[in-house]
Design a protein around this ligand. Structure first.
Ligand SMILES: Nc1ncnc2c1ncn2[C@@H]1O[C@H](COP(=O)(O)OP(=O)(O)OP(=O)(O)O)[C@@H](O)[C@H]1O
Ligand SMILES: [Mg+2]
Length: 333
């Protein structure tokens, strides 16, 4: 069953040069208990999409279309949105130090959400919060509930942020780059924890990341975003098998060792020394610089006449696998 359906979602703001679309006609769905990865270069609108779903758009922006989560969240008054945010939908932010309140103990911060949404007494909320902190790997015997965020490491702080996001047992959790501020080993632990919790509680997950490897390992479905649009989407395995959009291929080619599977670290180092990493030429255009046609046209090796003047419609290759390109790669190309 679809838990969240996004239809024709467009987010618009005023710029000196006139109105511009920060997000442009996004369409996708996520089912209960499933995970959706969102990838794309910096500035392509991933966080803006998350903020729009959570009803946290900056004041200078307006959203149109539908974000159906029971009802259309774009039409809900703020009071009703507050009952959904943090309760039926949880969010894990990139930087735990800014997501946590530095002057409140961790136990209090996790319990606060329960007090607000579930009307529990202070004692009940603290008990429940303590159990969730245990579950995310911060057992009470080692981590007093009266510790402050600065007394924890980055990875431990991110565990507190995850505890806050899940404490009310949301149906959907949005994790926006939950591990970029952490070192590689801690990243893996945090991603494993998120995956376990999602499975255990049958939550749906939107996982936003720069890292295609993270999407490959942790998600059922994926979206590839470029300059405020979705350029490819579908079941993660199908998208990786095909890589239909030239932008998706470019992202894939810029992963170290994506062309060869090398198991030994020494082989990998040797290979990295010999081969320069491919990069996608150029940069993501600013919103006011976008051409009339496909926004990737200036950087794409397959651009032909109409790419610069017309926006391609989304086409379906295979069940559930779509791309927005006039000249996508064929399966075996
Ligand atoms: N408050 C704002 N007012 C106007 N434009 C904004 C505002 N916040 C973001 N933007 C614009 O929206 C674009 C998309 O930003 P967003 O933060 O969603 O990118 P992102 O894909 O999450 O990037 P990153 O990977 O770096 O987190 C930015 O390039 C910026 O131009
Ligand atoms: Mg972001």
């Amino acid at each position: 069953m679809n838990l969240l359906t996004v239809n024709s979602l467009t987010v618009r703001t005023e710029h000196q040069s006139g109105p511009i679309n920060i997000l442009d006609n996004l369409n996708f769905k996520i089912e209960s208990g499933k995970s959706l990865g969102v990838v794309g270069e910096s500035g392509c609108g991933k966080s803006m999409m998350a903020f729009t779903i959570m009803g946290l758009l900056p004041e200078n922006m307006t959203a149109s279309g539908e974000v159906l989560f029971g009802s259309n969240l774009l039409r809900l008054p703020e009071k009703e949105l507050c009952q959904i945010r943090g309760n039926r939908m949880g969010m894990v932010f990139q930087e735990p130090m800014t997501a946590l309140n530095p002057v409140l103990p961790i136990g209090f911060q996790v319990a606060e959400s329960l007090r607000l949404h579930k009307s529990l007494s202070l004692h009940e909320a603290q008990n429940q919060a303590s159990k969730v902190l245990d579950r995310v790997g911060l057992p009470a015997k080692n981590f007093s509930r009266s510790l402050y965020p600065h007394q924890l490491s980055g990875g431990q702080r991110q565990r507190v942020v995850i505890a806050i996001a899940i404490v009310c047992e949301p149906e959907l959790i949005i994790a926006d780059e939950p591990t970029t501020a952490l070192d590689v080993t801690i990243q893996e632990q945090i991603l494993a924890l998120i995956s376990e919790l999602v499975l255990e509680r049958n939550m749906a997950l939107i996982l936003i990341t720069h890292d295609l490897g993270v999407v490959a390992e942790n998600t059922d479905q994926m979206l590839v975003m470029y300059a405020g649009r979705i350029v490819e989407r579908g079941p993660t395995q199908k998208v990786f098998r095909h890589l239909a959009h030239p932008y998706t291929r470019g992202l894939f080619a810029s992963i170290p060792n994506s062309e060869k599977s090398l198991n030994e670290p020494s082989q990998q180092l040797e290979y990295s020394r010999k081969k320069r990493l491919s990069t996608i030429p150029g940069r993501v255009p600013e919103f006011w610089e976008r051409s009339k046609g496909c926004s990737f046209a200036d950087r794409c090796s397959r651009t032909q006449g109409k790419c610069s003047s017309l926006v391609p419609d989304e086409i379906q290759f295979d069940t559930g696998h779509y791309t927005t390109c006039f000249f996508p790669y064929e399966q075996n190309e």
